[in-house]
Design a protein around this ligand. Sequence first.
Ligand code: SF4
Length: 191
Amino acid sequence: MLLVDTNRCCGCGICTTICPQGLELEVENGYAQIINETADCMDKAMRACPQNAIAEIKGKLVFAIGTDDDKTIKANDHVGMANFFHILEYSDGELIFKEKRANPKYNEDETRTHGDPGKAKATASALRGVDVLVGKRFGPNIIRLKNQFVCAIIREKEIAGVMDIIKKNIGSILVEKNNKDGRERSGIVLK
Ligand code: SF4
């Protein structure tokens, strides 16, 4: 499945010129949109995009959302301090809740300082198979976590709203995960 990252697309029209059978510019907002992802010229258009804005999603993307109460995203501290993680899978345009995992770090020595490498390790152990860690706040350990996951910062409170924002920004998340630019990953803020 192909996606256009609307946070990156500048509407230059290079892709639509190269591959009008596969892409067109949306009249309303000027972003490229996929009309036929199997068009023969699509690969050439993807490679020509100066913004690396066209990405392919293969299989599924796995998300973890930090929460204490199952309804709202962890807000009063950083995501690594959440009691639980909701694990969700994205594929074929759908984002589905799969399971709830306890955060083992929660029962550990809370006298450790934020940014303690042991805390990052404990958090990561609860997140096996996860591609994207979603939180409202990240602590200093984001420096360690971002090498393992895409760290997505979302200010929305309700988890239902967080899921809508994830679906809206799936292209940006995918581009960050694939990191074709070769730059060092940083957290991404999604709206
Ligand atoms: Fe230009 Fe890339 Fe957007 Fe196409 S997807 S309009 S090439 S920025």
